[in-house]
Design a protein around this ligand. Sequence first.
Ligand SMILES: N[C@@H](CCC(=O)N[C@@H](CS)C(=O)NCC(=O)O)C(=O)O
Length: 395
Amino acid sequence: MDPLQLVGSELSPYTGKVRAYLRYKGIQFDPVQSSHEIHEKILKPNVGWKVVPVIITPDGKYVQDSTEIIHYLEKLHPLPSIYPQTPCQRIVSMLLELYADEWLVLPIMHYRWSFKENLPLINQEFGSTVFPKETAAVQRERAKMAMAYFSSMLPVLGINKDSISEIERGYLELLDNLSKHFEVYPFLLGFKPCIADFAMHGMLYAHLYRDPYPGYIMKQRAPLVCAWIEKMNQFTKDRLMYTHSIRDGKIILDQLNRNQQDFLPDDQIPQTLFPILETIFQNQAPEILDNCNILRIYLKDHPDAKRLPRILGTHRFKIGQTISTRGSMTYPIWMLQSISDYYYSLPGKMRLTVDKFLDKFEGAKEFVGVDLDTCRVQRINNFVCPEQIRKQSKL
Ligand SMILES: N[C@@H](CCC(=O)N[C@@H](CS)C(=O)NCC(=O)O)C(=O)O
């Protein structure tokens, strides 16, 4: 049987998330460079738009979106599970995935596109990814269009002269917080990676570790974060759990952390993650909740909308001490919805446990327990759409 194909590139953070997952699970795959030809002849007709990562399964299915891809594969390869089974850890892993996928887009895009030190390497890499069959000079020339497309996204993401200092401050703080965390734990929730490790790894690896300007900052300021990135990127299931020891003068394979190969016991959340959770509830949560309000208004005005625009105009958002402007996006609502659906699916006692944990953070319960009834969404054929089932059942 043909192996699964992962279409994407080393430059792409969400591809990095899926690639690390595939390696962790020991799933064989063929890494396919997302060239111009593949975008035009394969992705556009089969997925509907030019985006990566996409997996093409051995039986010919196309699955787009890193979160969906991992959900899909996790059903086929459930062990070792990357979704914690206990409620606080599960909610925290989902929140950190949302934070990585949708908030870390601010530092990753800023640090890639605002610094000219990155450009020669990025130019060459975009060129060889998009036009692999051309000469290096032609690759560099033809890459300029793709580069212009991605760099033009900065304003809509909210990266501008007002927000940059807070984006940088927040990113350095994240590096420091993660460094403290990795002094104690090998992964975010203990002794094996959860979905948030993969999401955070993708964002930190593809841009902030690899690109020259932020790469220098990270390597110089946060060696433990670099070590975790490399581990996430290289391990196979075996490498994660084994090390080498010497016995009778010979090098032998030995188990690492014999009793510690799981998430932390008793649904514990490491204190070292609290500052990151605070940032989520103080900055990202109000922004996404405002996206929900904007979507509610949009749906009232467009009751028959079949598909939602990716961006519904612009809105103000708070980042650190600054107020700035960015596009109001629909996709993060889909991610928030799975968190709130999980929260409301919990039986009473378990939900109380989660509430007790969320009470430690201002704004946490309002976010996780948001009522999305009037702005529910679903992904249909790789686009975010108003939810159809509930709408019909309410008629
Ligand atoms: N939420 C998606 C995001 C995918 C995404 O934004 N991919 C980028 C490359 S890393 C892309 O192809 N963007 C094209 C575009 O936004 O038009 C996921 O998790 O896979």
